[in-house]
Write a protein that binds this ligand. Structure first.
Ligand SMILES: Nc1ncnc2c1ncn2[C@@H]1O[C@H](COP(=O)(O)OP(=O)(O)O)[C@@H](O)[C@H]1O
Ligand SMILES: [Mg+2]
Length: 305
């Protein structure tokens, strides 16, 4: 295992940011920590990066503790923080050369990385003139300079437009093909976790709610189909009468959601429930369950709330 965390806890005064998280990342594996704002993702990855110390529990990088092994472990990890600050008056190439010199990497590596992050056209541009997506690619390039065993990215595409987000995804998928680097990525975009990661850990309020491959999470016993509906009239809540899985009713949007397993049988029960309670459908949609639907069924919230 390149990363092992065992029952890690971290509090800030009254806030328990991380409450007993354990995880393992194998060499070459891409893992997502998926959760909304405030879930504890940054706190967790910063402890793995050795930036923060756990109150309790153990973190091992390539089998070693941070304490006493800082220099060795820094060489194994490439990281990019939730916000990266650059020197605006340096060009892309100069920035990478500066970091390459810290790591003792040769100039040739800078050229390779510029190719990989697709900033060939921008290598002579000042960092201050880059777009948000280009800055994120540069941050990714810096993280990759010293051929890290594991890359840790904290919300690498938050705030980027869909095209810039896909550019980052392409680079990471290419990296997966070309190397045996592991990735630990935090995100609140379910699509990002789905597209990139072999294994997804869904967290909220400092704890793991569910984990598995995307396949496992979408086909678990919480149901594999999502029914979403709106009704005529205004309702505070909709009770499933114990005949069906819990119906999640969002009072603000006046939308209901229920996860069903056996769609033919369960839909009959659902329609019977509507009839019994004299509820009239305005709209109904049945679709394959998404990770966001799973999150909603576990917490009543959406990932991006
Ligand atoms: N340095 C800090 N001091 C006080 N509270 C913090 C600090 N860092 C994080 N928190 C709190 O811990 C919780 C988890 O935060 P964070 O790890 O940043 O979550 P995420 O990255 O998933 O948004 C939040 O409630 C946040 O306000
Ligand atoms: Mg964060």
């Amino acid at each position: 295992m390149i990363i092992e965390a065992r029952k890690v806890f971290k509090s800030f005064k009254a806030v328990q940011a991380v409450k007993g998280i354990s995880l393992n990342i194998a060499q070459g594996q891409f893992v997502a920590l998926l959760g909304p704002n405030g879930a504890g993702k940054t706190t967790m990855v910063e402890m793995i990066e050795g930036i923060q110390k756990p109150d309790k529990g153990e973190i091992l990088i390539a089998g070693k503790n941070w304490k006493g092994n800082e220099d060795e472990l820094h060489h194994l990890i490439g990281l990019s923080l939730q916000e990266t600050y650059f020197i605006d008056k340096l060009t892309v190439q100069e920035t990478l050369r500066l970091f390459a010199s810290f790591y003792g990497e040769k100039k040739g590596r800078v050229a390779e990385v510029i190719q990989l992050i697709n900033l060939e056209e921008k290598k002579k541009s000042y960092v201050v003139n880059l777009s948000g997506g280009q800055r994120q690619r540069l941050a990714l390039g810096i993280a990759l300079l010293n051929h890290p065993n594991v890359l840790i990215l904290d919300e690498p595409t938050t705030g980027l437009d869909p095209n810039a987000r896909r550019d980052i995804w392409r680079i990471l998928l290419e990296l997966k093909k070309q190397s045996n680097t592991s990735l630990l990525l935090t995100t609140h975009y379910m699509e990002e976790a789905e597209q990139l990661c072999d294994y997804v850990i869904i967290m909220d309020n400092g704890s793991i709610l569910k984990e598995g491959t995307v396949e496992q999470l979408l086909n678990d016993d919480n149901g594999s189909k999502t029914v979403e509906f709106t009704l005529d009239g205004i309702y505070e809540s909709i009770d499933s009468d114990g005949m069906l899985p819990k119906i999640h009713w969002n009072q603000t949007s006046q939308q209901g959601m229920v996860l069903l397993n056996d769609i033919e049988k369960d839909m009959k029960a659902f329609l019977a429930l509507l009839e019994r309670n004299k509820l009239r459908l305005k709209n109904i949609e049945i679709r394959r369950k998404s990770l966001d639907d799973l999150f909603t069924s576990l917490t009543g919230k959406h990932l991006d709330e």
